[in-house]
Structure formats: structure tokens, C-alpha cells
Design a protein around this ligand. Sequence first.
Ligand code: NAD
Length: 296
Amino acid sequence: MTNIAFIGLGNMGGPMAANLVKAGHTVTGFDLSPASCDQARNDGASIAASTVDAVKDADIVVTMLPAGKHVLSVWADILPSVKDGALLIDCSTVDVESARKAHVMAREQERDLASLDAPVSGGVGGAKGATLTFMAGGARQAFDRAEPILSKMGKKVVHCGEAGAGQAAKICNNMILGISMIGVAEAFVLAEKLGLSHQALFDVASTSSGQCWSLTTYCPVPGPVPASPANNGYKPGFAAALMLKDLKLAQEAALTSGASTPLGAEAAQLYALFNNAGHEGDDFSGIINFIRGQRA
Ligand code: NAD
């Protein structure tokens, strides 16, 4: 049993903290939203009066917050109050620069603190079902300490490298996802114009070189994959707003690192248009309707 502080009990953090309670850990949580705190209390966590109160007895601190600025501000508040030798794990999706800065802030305390960036893939369903994939960046010893805890919230935990490598893996993966979803959507829209049925394209491409997750798990047209959001009015799933966030993070990283990512840039632009047209809350696979409308 480990004393764990969990800060950020939203759509992802709430069920992740609940899984740590289920695994027998003592979880002390904090969130700015009273409703999230109530839910976490119902799930068996104690709720602290502040971030600082939440962390003071914790061996491990997990943060699951909206963006880099929230993580840096919360870490700046809590670092002076965490126990010597504590391990801090940020599971939020943030820019690589902020992730690296958080590691430096922890090291600068000179109190033997360990830190990891460990963003996740798998969405709210994965958070609830403890089937997330964690991609971690930081020292090997920090990873070895974190692994037994992370594995209570996920089914796969990968050490990607040094500080920031987890966030780098996350945005590279999600750039593939955004681009591939647009590719699959365009193929279905072209098939419609050519008089080819959705099922026929699916049957061929899902067993041919066009095969990918966006097609076989998250098929953007209703029918071929019954569990995909297309069969449920494009309810998320993975919201278009979050896809846009991740594509923008990939573009920021491409700019600062000098990488050429022309399709990533195009995908970010298309998702920005889709979001601005009022589809932030739709599943990201709904972009097929936008593409169909634009080309009609
Ligand atoms: P969310 O908005 O539901 O939860 C974030 C929580 O952080 C909120 O409850 C908010 O009140 C809390 N918060 C903000 N500032 C705080 C502070 N200073 N102190 C305490 N609490 C604070 O978001 P989410 O969907 O849970 O996502 C969290 C992170 O996980 C994001 O970085 C997101 O990109 C990433 N992510 C989300 C998904 C998904 O499908 N939702 C999938 C993968 C990764």
C-alpha cells in the first residue's frame, strides 16, 4: 500500500484515482471542481483542502491536468511541500518543453525527488477500465518505481527514454492518428462518389495495405465496425477538441525541433476548421462529415 496524492480528478483523473483505490492504495485527491471531488470521495479517495495539503504525506504524486501551464503552476506550488525522495508523475498531455521544465523544477529542489512524464492513450474508457497505455519519460529508476502503480491504471507501460520522451511519443502517435483518420475519411468519401459501398471498401482495405486503427477500430462511417463512434451519432470517444490540442502540440514541437511535418500541419488546420464549425465536442472521426460537406 502506497500513499498517493492525485491532483486533477476530471474525466480521466477521476477514474484513474478510483482504480488506485481499488488496488488498495491510500489516495488523497484534490481538484478545483467540487463535483469532481465529490465523485472521487464516493470512489473511496480522501479529499484535501488544497494541492499542498494533498501532497504532504504522499510517497507518489500524480497530476492529470488540462495543459502545460496548469502542470507547471501546480508543480511550483507543491514541490516545496512534497516529502524528500517523493516520486512525481505527470500523466497530462502537455508540450514537450513544459514536460522537460517540470523535471528540471523537481531536480532543482535538491531533495532527491524523482519525476516522470507519463501521458496516456486510451481515453475515458481506458481510464475507467484500467486499460490505458502509459508512455513514460524520465530516469530508469523513476520508471521502475512508477511501473507497479501505473500498471494498476493501465495495461501497458512503456519507458520511452529520458525527460520529455513520454510526451514526444504521445504527440507523434496522435499525429499519426489525426492524419490517418483524415486519410480513411477521404477514402470513404471518394468511394461514395465512385459508387463503391462502405462495406466493400472496408472489407478490402481492412485486409490490405490501407489497414490502420482509424479504419479497423474507429471506422468513421456507420456499419463496418459496430462499436465505432460513427454508430453512436459521433459521440466521443476522443473529442475533436482533444485531437486538435494534440495536433497543435505536435506542430509546436515540429517548429522548435526543426522537423518537417507537412501532413501534420494540414491535419491541424483541418481539425481547427472542424472545431471552429462547432464540432469540438464531437468524436474526432466525425471529420468525415465535414470533409464530405466541403467537397460536395
Ligand atoms: P478534464 O478537464 O476532465 O480534467 C482536468 C481536471 O483538472 C478538471 O477537473 C479541473 O478542475 C482540474 N484542474 C485544473 N486546474 C487545476 C488545479 N490548479 N488544481 C487542481 N485541479 C485542477 O480533462 P481530462 O479529459 O481528464 O484530461 C486530462 C488530461 O488528460 C489532459 O491533458 C488531456 O489532454 C489528457 N487526455 C485526455 C484524454 C480524454 O479522452 N479525455 C485522453 C488522453 C489524454
